[in-house]
Design a protein. Structure first.
Lengths: 113, 112
């Protein structure tokens, strides 16, 4: 299948805390894995991403981990801040015909001061 | 300014009417997409063009037709809209060979 699944529709964390968002995908045709951040009534913006030949990428407070054998990738956010409050969408590129991004349903993250 | 631009921002219409949405990117990309974000906020790909050629065509009703005049423009026409077409339509672009996609602000369609 071509599905990408985010298991947590919402998550709340205290400011300064560490949080992990998770995403699972279905088959080995996915070759690129991304996390997008979306504010209400705004379009998604690319936060961090990794290709399938890399299992980890770090950018400041954000790290994406890829577990290919488990068909799972995650976003770790450290020192969370109120401005991190948003919807986080995971996406994976299906490398079959056309190269298309398949999105998860999103996780609403709330960071409480 | 280099970005993905969409017009209009909002459109309200009645069942059976025809609508057209425009998308232009000034990022120098050659591949463009239309996505639909439904009421449950799920973002699903509809079409993709590379250099004016259709490369992805998901299972969408035939009343939807994309139109590309050049690699920087991708429009979407909906003939005879239905209530279930109410959604936010997002345009995105990337450079062929790269994975990163960049999104426009979206067009919110309401069908009464």
């Amino acid at each position: 299948g071509q599905q990408v699944k985010q298991s947590s529709p919402s998550l709340t964390v205290q400011e300064g805390g560490i949080l992990i968002l998770n995403c699972d995908y279905e088959n080995d045709m996915f070759d690129y894995f991304a996390w997008y951040k979306k504010y209400p009534d705004n379009s998604p913006t690319l936060l961090i991403s990794v290709r399938s030949n890399v299992d980890k990428r770090e950018d400041g407070r954000f790290t994406v981990f890829l577990n290919k054998s488990g068909k799972h990738f995650s976003l770790h956010i450290t020192a969370s801040q109120p401005e991190d409050t948003a919807v986080y969408l995971c996406a994976a590129n299906y490398g079959g015909s056309g190269n298309k991004l398949i999105f998860g349903t999103g996780t609403l993250l709330s960071v409480k001061p | 300014e280099t970005a993905v631009f969409q017009t209009p921002n909002y459109h309200v219409t009645q069942v059976g009417n025809e609508v057209s949405f425009n998308c232009k990117q000034t990022l120098g990309h050659d591949t463009m997409y239309w996505y639909k974000q439904d009421s449950k906020k799920l973002l699903k790909i509809m079409f993709s063009y590379n250099n004016k050629q259709l490369i992805v065509n998901e299972t969408v009703p035939r009343r939807f037709s994309p139109q590309s005049s050049d690699k920087a423009h991708l429009n979407l026409r909906i003939k005879s809209v239905e209530p279930e077409d109410s959604a936010v339509y997002l345009c995105a672009s990337r450079l062929w060979g790269a994975y990163e996609q960049y999104f426009g602000p979206g067009t919110r369609l309401t069908v009464l």
